[in-house]
Write a protein that binds this ligand. Structure first.
Ligand code: M6R
Length: 604
């Protein structure tokens, strides 16, 4: 989604703002722009498409100064062209914005000059502030006056012609961080944007607004009262966002999984005593139901977790996509535990679901990758997955770390609810501990999967089938393929296909069947035969025993390392990630920044 960066400093900023924009590219965008207070005067440059188009324009007529704001835009209101690209100017005011101003039409109509140049909701902010300045308010009062009128979600950066060295900013609904430098202050939509500038961040809280000058930051809450917010030191530094020798971030992140899953486990499983203990503040025996809410890939991790919690711990689990959850008036009780699963910890719908539960007196936990995120800060309990920064838009290592953390939690839940013998606990903990090694072995399938992907890349549509805890892996496989290769794909519970979708199977339709050798294996193979006998080209993903038992209906068989069926969804994920990745590479798509997608969806 849209990215914001700003610098209020004492040396020139254009080059550093552009560098910051490049660090925001991973969020997904379709235009970019920069505005500078050049000798106190507002100047800007904007371009449709990639940041290199903006850079080319900046070279033609370089603008520079000591204070500036910049933006990558992911279009919501208005097509992605230069006119609609931020920063938006009106009168004395320049603004960059992430979010949606829901009442922008009403506000437009209320303004004396309602001649708007763009189709965006954002432009109204520049008009409102300029109007307040015209009415005689000073810059601080004009900014505050504008904030009071807005409805919706926003993170802003504003500069004002004639107001030297200052950036005004605010957040409500969308994240925003302030960076502290030496004689410079920064603004960024996330730590990544500021990684090259500072590791000292202040995360604004909901409703906060602030004024940045080179040597000071004044923060105010919603009521206008001056407040102090804690400073966070970010570890990692600029190198954390490098691709190294990998062609794409996605491939790098796929290959990191033995290590990232190992890091997740280190937080939840005691490998010497072979036990999974409950994280502090969490006691599953206090609850009779778990509600897990997430979006996209994170939701598929939640769906796998439902099998684990119900089968191991005997606790009922509801899983819902966040965008539906709060609008269906879910039945909640104080004996429910809510878990938000989110890589970014900023997804607007998941965050809204978390807040809904808090408002209804339900205890909340957030399982996140970004521990400085809004969800981590607002939930009663923040549970880390420790996967490290995920840059590829298609989630890979965060998914397997989410699965690993949820599997460990299910194990500790089973233990605390006394639904598990010590022998079973040892077996399951051992299975988890072996997972990084099994993932490493699964990565050795890369060359074979690349060849299979070549054939798959010629298809326009594909199906993924699984049973039990492999159903969400089938759904995830289809999502991965869709989002980066643009091939239409659907995931189904294998037994469900004959209730309709089988009508779509014709000669050569690729069907990827995910079937480890487990108690459901034979049933899945029957479903495989149903589609194979109607001409489908089967790609079977199984383990050693599965491959020997499956017969010869598959055109291709990918044999992943055998594992306890408990962790098989994690191992199977590697194969479906590689398959999607290589298919996309064969097709030449933009793997790390697929069209229309944003890394973190911060609007509803
Ligand atoms: O940051 P989150 O985990 O909350 O993001 C949720 C989804 O937007 C995300 O998983 C999305 O589906 C990915 N593009 C999948 O690869």
């Amino acid at each position: 989604m849209c990215g914001i960066i700003g610098i209020a400093g004492r040396s020139t900023v254009t080059e550093r703002l552009v560098e910051g924009l490049k660090r925001l590219e991973y969020r997904g965008y379709d235009s970019s722009g920069i505005a500078i207070l050049d000798g106190g005067e507002l100047k800007r440059e904007r371009a449709e498409g990639k940041i290199k188009s903006l850079e080319a324009k900046l070279k033609d007529g370089m603008i520079d100064g000591h204070t500036g704001i910049a933006h990558t835009r992911w279009a919501t209101h208005g097509v992605p062209n230069e006119t609609n690209a931020h920063p938006h100017f009106f009168g004395r005011v320049g603004v960059v914005h992430n979010g949606i101003i829901e009442n922008f039409l009403e506000l437009r109509a209320s303004l004396p000059d309602n001649h708007f140049r763009t189709e965006t909701d954002t432009e109204v902010v520049a008009h409102l502030i300029d109007d307040a300045l015209t009415r005689g308010l000073d810059s601080k009062a004009a900014f505050q006056d504008c904030l009071k009128k807005l409805r919706g979600a926003y993170a802003f950066g504003v500069i004002i012609d004639g107001v030297k060295d200052q950036i005004f900013c605010a957040r409500a609904g969308s994240p925003l961080a302030i960076g502290i430098g030496d004689d410079e202050m920064y603004l960024g939509s996330d730590a990544m944007a500021l990684a090259q500038l500072t590791n000292r961040l202040i995360y604004l809280e909901e409703g906060d607004w602030a004024i940045l000058s080179p040597d000071s930051v004044d923060i105010f809450d919603k009521s206008g009262a001056s407040v102090t917010r804690a400073e966070t030191i970010i570890s990692g530094g600029p190198a954390m966002a490098e691709k190294g020798n990998y062609r794409h971030f996605m491939l790098k992140e796929i290959y990191e999984q033995p290590e990232t899953v190992g890091r997740t486990l280190a937080n939840y499983v005691d490998e010497f005593n072979l036990t999974a203990d409950l994280p502090e503040g969490l006691n599953f025996s206090e609850y009779d139901r778990i509600v897990i809410i997430a979006c996209g890939t994170a939701c598929y991790a939640a769906m796998v977790a439902k099998y684990w919690f119900e089968q191991l711990a005997g606790i009922a689990v509801d899983v819902d996509v966040a965008s539906e959850f709060r609008y269906r008036q879910p039945v909640l009780s104080p004996k429910s535990l809510f878990i938000a699963v989110s890589q970014s910890g900023e997804t607007a719908d998941t965050l809204a679901a978390l807040r809904y539960c808090k408002d209804h007196g339900v205890r909340t936990a957030a399982l996140v990758n970004v521990m400085t995120s809004t969800m981590a800060r607002e939930a009663d309990i923040a549970l880390p997955i420790n996967a490290g920064p995920e840059i590829g838009v298609a989630s890979t290592k965060a998914f397997t770390s989410q699965l690993t953390a949820l599997a460990s939690l299910a194990l500790s839940a089973a233990k605390s609810r006394k639904d598990l013998s010590r022998d079973a606990e040892i077996r399951l903990a051992r299975a988890l501990i072996k997972t990084p090694r099994k993932i490493k072995e699964a990565l050795e399938l890369d060359a074979q999967v690349e060849q299979i992907a070549f054939e798959l890349s010629k298809s326009r549509s594909a199906f993924y089938l699984g049973r039990g805890s492999q159903v969400p892996i089938a759904l995830e496989g289809a999502l991965k393929l869709k989002e980066i290769s643009y091939i239409h794909a659907e995931g189904y519970a294998a037994g469900e296909l004959k209730h309709g979708p089988i009508a779509l199977i014709e000669d050569g339709t690729p069907v990827i069947v995910i079937a480890p050798y487990d108690p459901l294996f034979e049933k899945t193979i029957s479903n495989l035969q149903e589609v194979a006998s109607r001409g489908a080209r089967i790609i079977l993903i199984t383990d050693d025993i599965g491959a020997k038992s499956a017969g010869n209906m598959a055109s291709e068989t990918i044999v992943v390392p055998s594992s306890d069926s408990f962790v098989a969804p994690i191992i199977m994920s590697i194969a479906i990630q590689l398959l999607a990745y290589h298919t996309a590479v064969h097709l030449g798509t933009d793997v790390d920044q697929p069209r229309n997608l944003a890394k973190s969806v911060t609007v509803e």
